[in-house]
Design a protein. Sequence first.
Length: 218
Amino acid sequence: MRFEAVGEALVSDGDVSAACSVVGRDVARDGAALGEALSGLRTTYQLVLGSAPGFDAAEALSVAWSEATLEYLHDLSCEDPMTGLTSLAHVRTRLAELYRDAELTDVPMRDSNALVVVEVSFRRHDSFADHHFTRALRLVQVAEAMRSVYSGGQTIGRLGLNRAVAVVERDRDLGQSVSLLREFLADLDLGASDVRVWIEGLPPTAESATRLLDELAR
């Protein structure tokens, strides 16, 4: 069990609730039951302080464990079966998780992560091009291109009928990866359509990021 961080926080008078939140998510992802996680927390407190954990610590661990478990269950059903892209709700969930992690590391999201957005717009308007199924087929090709570039477990989701998004790290390779994505997209047969790719910066708060996603999905 990963309770070293909790022990260190107890010894150093650190933020115990934050450490419990991190441990709660980690043990949930490892498949541990909530009872097992709370037992590990109790053992850690007994070893370090000789007492039972306080309410705040147990609550922080339990809430984080529950959120991570719900995220896992959501992952099982959040994928669009036609395009393979995750839903807008799942992209929101992933960003919320990253914002929580950013609070612990004190690294602003605008410096650590970004969105890569792909938009496919049709040049002509006819019943075939505007059909929902046709748009989905176009996004299938876009999704395959995005996965070819962002194959390291990044969240790739759908934004409305004509857009897809990848949640990526903002590093020195970001510009190069976007250029490569543009090359892959240029090789696709997307019919009479225009493709636009851009990097969207992330705002300071999770609430602002949710509003940004909603705007991009319109």
